[in-house]
Design a protein around this ligand. Sequence first.
Ligand code: FAD
Length: 258
Amino acid sequence: STLQEWRSFNKTRVYMSDLESALHYSLRVELSGHISISGNDLTALKKYINVLSKHFPGRPSVKSALKTVDSWLQQQKGTEIKYSDFRDVLDNTVQTSDAVLPEGVQWVGCQGSQSHYRGYPCAFWTLFHVLTVQAKEMGIPDPQEVLQAMRGYVSSFFGCRPCATHFESMAQESMDHVTSLSAAVLWLWSRHNRVNNRLAGDLSEDPHFPKIQWPSPELCPSCHGLKKTGEHHWDQEEVLTFLRNYFSSAHILMDYLQ
Ligand code: FAD
């Protein structure tokens, strides 16, 4: 891949450019590997797009593109769709309006020190956290809606198949126990830390972005505590407060957008 100019960024913030790039990659690169989509995969795609259309805290034009694709998908009553038809709707070659999802990827907070590091998997996690926090802020009725939609997408389409297998086994183990929107935010945070723990020191780790139990004490001092025994413990109330701020729509930086 081509050498990209380094974009300076704040390591403690979420960037809309990463979120839009994740949408582009997921909908135009990852999905395009499927000529037709049917059965469980089609159900998973419908739920994923539906959650994005309701909760993606994006620019009006991007939200409008997601809503267009969502209503088209909900109208598809057959057992199968062609990716090319999906793509026509996404790219707005069917309707004409200001609805548009920018083409191409521009990683900012998810830049890697080399091009094979970070990028899409980083931005997918970020998108996933943003959506759980957004669901909490909006107080939606079903506490598992976002988790189940993302689970379905990962299981059907996420290109890293070992990742999908690992994630599915965590989901099977405990996702059903999530009974509140706060618990959904914390469930995702704690499973992401499990993945970080497993991958720390792995070959896939970008040496400039070591896998840690996140957030660090520097980023969130009040999240960390000690038990009487001297063992580390997470203050989950504080973690929740931190996540609701860190991933909130009002906090997302709009730098470098196309
Ligand atoms: P990432 O882990 O991608 O995190 C992105 C950003 O999220 C971080 O920079 C940080 O700001 C923030 N963050 C970090 N931890 C947390 C947390 N606990 N809660 C909230 N925010 C956090 N790779 C494998 O090699 N094997 C796997 O099995 C595997 N499974 C995966 C499963 C899923 C569902 C996904 C989306 C990715 C998976 N990956 C796996 C990829 C891997 O987790 C990383 O995404 C990738 O290595 C890039 O790491 P990163 O340094 O950019 O940070």
